[in-house]
Structures are given as structure tokens and as C-alpha cells.
Design a protein around this ligand. Structure first.
Ligand code: GLN
Length: 498
């Protein structure tokens, strides 16, 4: 059997399976055994799903024998553990849902299984997707495959680390304020948040419903595009779903004449952006220019000054409402020592939720309470509208906006755990796209002097997802030609298995 399957793209694996050069079952066993070994070091998966995986693979093989083909034939995938897969646990990396088994299938995963993908397991996250390092997982943190002493980012850190270590070629994450893009950046892979409403949220455990989007993580832009084409599309089960579908890109964009906006406030050391990251972004801009793009500095004061404040009112407010359902009555854990109904609510929630989730619920409940609603929640919604307007105005002048994805590369465990504000600052560049519902992608653009990956973020106007991925693909291709050493780098530990 092929010994280097983990180095293949998802598109290549599907091609091998469709053309019967290898069976889906063989592919699945290969990746399951790899994931079993690597997961003990990295803890990217909360648990693997070998029985489901083998059953799905055998089913695909049977249909391929009968002449059918599939877009993701036999492609193993990691599913963030806040997405429901029927008959499998959905823990959200929380004590309160530790033993919760989903009675239904989310829309995105049902589309995946129809397209021939194989569920390898559920990936770790910060509890209920609140955090930027996976250290808020109630179970154990995930480690960054590039340096096991550092965090993989979060909240989809498990998905990002699973892909970066090639335990799976692709994974699903969710992004409320950066949770796909920031871990993708810290793990040196591609992560994309689609336009709000392009992908169904049915079956995604809600954190902040007006911001949450499901999206792809992959080792390259083409695979991210293919995965997005499978999971996108209108869904009547999600009232915010758009009447739109993403079509897989067949070619990269010609960058001649493309207008790239560089947000002044995020450039050259602004907003605590590390110098090595600024340098890498500047080299990437140079590459864009060589390909014929025009770079224009734009000023976006509202975005740079107010996004974090607005997000940390709106997201916790929605979370406090969405998480009210975990009270010991219907879902998951119930404290058994309670002496009455109120005591059951209190004890269940006090022991079931971790400290970061409690902090968010308290902030949100305060912001929504009578007497404060107008001053906080309503005001934040008003500023959110102004932020969208600022984007709209800027996109009249430029085609895409470019920023670093994260102000920092992977940081050591414990570095920010007791300083919530400094953790929140990790999302300074990713939150704006969520507030305005825009598509945004992170691609690797280099490494710092400690050999840790650096991510570059591109954002575009609503529903310009296809154009955005074409541009990202052109950049990725140019970087590969220009600096093949950088683009071919892999975490050392991945060669030590299989
Ligand atoms: N890190 C941000 C937060 O803690 C974003 C999380 C996310 O996108 N789910 O809220």
C-alpha cells in the first residue's frame, strides 16, 4: 500500500479511490492507525470513531464497485466536537456535555457523508468554542505539531493540529471571531470562514448565532475550496441560510490589476503585531506586487478601534442566551446532590461549566439586563452596523483586504491563561470579518525564527468567497514557486509515524 498517503491532498485521495487504485477502507485504516499513534502526543481528537469510519468506508467501496463516484471519495475528515453527528458524542469539550450523544445529524456532516467523506473522529476545542488556545478545553489542551510546548490556537485547535500533523487531510471548524483562521495560522495550514449564511448552522452547537459560521481547514487552498463546495448551500433548517451555493474554483485568479488594501492600523507593528510577522507580511505584499497587484494603504479606524469591544458585548450576550438550555433538565450532565429545582440548576451549571464559559455568561447576562441593555447591547449593535458600513466603503476602493491573521505566532502553554484580555487580543484581526459577515481566509506565508508558522489573512466583500479563494490560490502557488523551501516545510514529528 502507498506509504505516503498522508502527504496527499484530499483531491488526490478522492481521485485514487474513485479510480479504484486504492479502496476507501484501506485509506481509512491508514489514517486511523496514524491518528491513533499521533493523537497520544498531540491530543487533537477528543476521540476517534473507528467503527463509524470503517462502516462508512465499506459502504463507499461497495458503491464505487457499482460504478458510482464521489467528490470526497474515501477522504478522512476530522469534525470539530461542537458539530452533531448522529449516534456519536458531541461534547463541546465541556463537562456539561461530556456524555451527550447526538440524536440527529447536522446538515454539514450529512452533506459530507453523501459526498463520500469518512468521519475519523471529533476534534478538541476550547469549551463551547470560547478561547484562542484550546487551553479552555475541559479535558486537556491540544498541542501544536510544530512545537509541542506551544498552543495550536483556538478554538478549532484540534482540527488545525489534526490537519497540520496529517492525521487527516481536511477538517471542519467553526468560526465566531477567528476560531478557524487563527489556529490555521498558528499551525501553518489553510483555514477559511465563509460569508455568513453560506454554510448551514443546523447541528452546530450555538455560541453566538449571529457570528457563527462553519468552514474548512485544509493543507492547501484547493482542498479548502472543494470542502466548502460540499458543505455550502441553502438549508431550510437554518433561518439565516442564504439562497446561494459555493462552486469549487477551477483556476486561480490573475492578480494583474488586483487592488489589495493594506489596513494601515494593522500594518507595521500596530496593534501589538510581532515584528517578524510584519516582515513576513511585507514580503508577501512584495510577492503580490510582482504578480501585478496594486497595494494601497487604507485607514479603517472603526474596525481597528472598536471591533474587540463590540464583539465582547455581542458574543457573550448571545452566548448567555444560547447556553441557558444547559441546566440539567434536558441536555447532558445533572448534578445529583441538588436538593430542589433551583439548587439543581445552580449546582449543575456551577460544576458543569468551566471558568471562561462562566465569565462569558456573566458578561452577557449583564449586558442584556434591564437598565444596561441600551448602554451595552444596543450600542454594540449600532457600532456593528457602522463597522459593516466602513467595510462597504473600503470595498469600493479595493478588491481585498490583507492583514496578518494573528498578531503572534504559537505561544507557550499558560502564557495567557490567567490574562483573559491578552487572550482576547489574539483575535484583533479576525473578529472584524465576523461582525460584518464577510468571507476571510488564512494562508501560511512564512515562518518566524523559532520555525513557527505565520498566517496571512485576506478578506473580501460578502459572497465574494470564490474570488477570495482564487486569489489565495494564486498567492499559494506563487509562494511555492518563489520559496519552495518555505512552502514545503512540514512539522518534524509527522515523519515519525507510519
Ligand atoms: N477566540 C474568540 C473567542 O474566544 C473566537 C472564538 C471563536 O471564533 N469561536 O470568542
Amino acid at each position: 500500500m502507498n506509504k505516503d498517503l498522508h502527504l496527499k491532498k484530499a483531491t488526490e485521495i478522492a481521485e485514487l479511490v474513485n479510480s479504484k487504485k486504492i479502496t476507501a477502507t484501506e485509506v481509512t485504516k491508514y489514517f486511523l492507525s496514524r491518528a491513533e499513534k499521533l493523537n497520544t502526543k498531540i491530543n487533537a481528537f477528543n476521540f476517534l470513531t473507528p467503527e463509524l469510519a470503517i462502516e462508512q468506508a465499506q459502504n463507499i467501496d461497495k458503491q464505487i464497485q457499482d460504478g458510482k463516484t464521489f467528490i470526497l471519495a474515501g477522504v478522512p475528515i476530522g469534525i470539530k466536537d461542537n458539530l452533531n453527528v448522529k449516534g456519536i458524542k458531541t461534547t463541546c469539550s465541556s463537562q456539561i456535555l461530556k456524555n451527550y450523544v447526538s440524536p440527529y445529524e447536522s446538515t454539514v456532516t450529512s452533506k459530507l457523508w453523501e459526498a463520500g467523506a469518512i468521519c475519523i473522529g471529533k476534534t478538541n476545542l476550547d469549551e463551547f468554542a470560547m478561547g484562542s488556545s484550546t487551553e479552555h478545553s475541559a479535558f486537556a489542551p491540544t498541542k501544536n505539531p510544530w512545537d509541542l510546548q506551544t498552543v495550536p490556537g483556538g478554538s478549532s485547535g484540534g482540527s488545525a493540529a489534526a490537519v497540520a500533523s496529517r492525521m487527516v487531510p481536511i477538517a471542519l471548524g467553526s468560526d465566531t471571531g477567528g476560531s478557524i483562521r487563527q489556529p490555521a495560522a498558528l499551525c501553518g495550514i489553510v483555514g477559511m470562514k465563509p460569508t455568513y449564511g453560506l454554510v448551514s448552522r443546523y447541528g452546530l452547537v450555538a455560541f453566538a448565532s449571529s457570528l457563527d459560521q462553519v468552514g474548512p481547514l485544509a493543507t492547501n487552498v484547493e482542498d479548502a475550496s472543494l470542502l466548502l463546495s460540499v458543505i455550502s448551500g441553502h438549508d431550510e433548517k437554518d433561518s439565516t441560510s442564504l439562497e446561494a451555493k459555493y462552486e469549487h474554483i477551477s483556476a486561480q485568479a490573475d492578480l494583474k490589476g488586483l487592488k489589495i488594501g493594506l489596513i494601515r492600523e494593522f500594518a507595521s507593528n500596530g496593534k501589538g503585531i510581532n515584528q517578524e510577522i510584519s516582515n513576513s507580511i511585507n514580503s508577501s505584499l512584495q510577492l503580490f506586487k510582482e504578480l501585478g497587484a496594486e497595494v494601497k494603504e487604507v485607514s479603517m479606524p472603526l474596525i481597528s478601534e472598536h471591533c474587540l469591544d463590540v464583539y465582547y458585548v455581542i458574543a457573550p450576550s448571545e452566548a448567555s442566551s444560547n447556553l441557558a438550555r444547559y441546566d440539567g433538565v434536558r441536555f447532558g450532565y445533572r448534578d445529583t446532590e441538588a436538593t430542589g429545582l433551583l439548587s439543581m440548576y445552580k449546582k449543575t451549571r456551577a460544576t458543569g461549566f468551566g471558568s471562561e464559559v462562566v465569565r462569558r455568561i456573566m458578561i452577557g447576562t449583564y449586558a442584556l439586563s434591564s437598565g444596561y441593555y441600551d448602554a451595552y447591547y444596543k450600542k454594540a449593535q449600532q457600532v456593528r452596523k457602522l463597522i459593516s458600513d466602513e467595510f462597504e466603503k473600503t470595498f469600493k476602493e479595493v478588491d481585498v483586504l490583507l492583514t496578518p491573521t494573528s498578531p503572534l505566532t504559537a505561544f507557550p502553554f499558560g502564557d495567557k491563561l490567567n490574562d483573559p484580555l491578552s487572550m482576547y487580543l489574539c483575535d484583533i484581526a479576525t473578529i472584524p470579518a465576523n461582525l460584518a459577515g464577510l468571507p476571510a481566509i488564512s494562508v501560511n506565508c512564512g515562518f518566524d525564527s523559532s520555525n513557527l508558522p505565520i498566517g496571512l489573512q485576506l478578506m473580501s466583500g460578502q459572497q465574494k468567497d470564490q474570488k477570495l479563494l482564487q486569489i489565495a490560490k494564486a498567492f499559494e502557488e506563487a509562494l511555492r514557486k518563489n520559496n519552495s523551501q518555505v512552502s514545503a516545510k512540514l512539522p518534524e514529528l509527522i515523519g515519525k509515524v507510519n
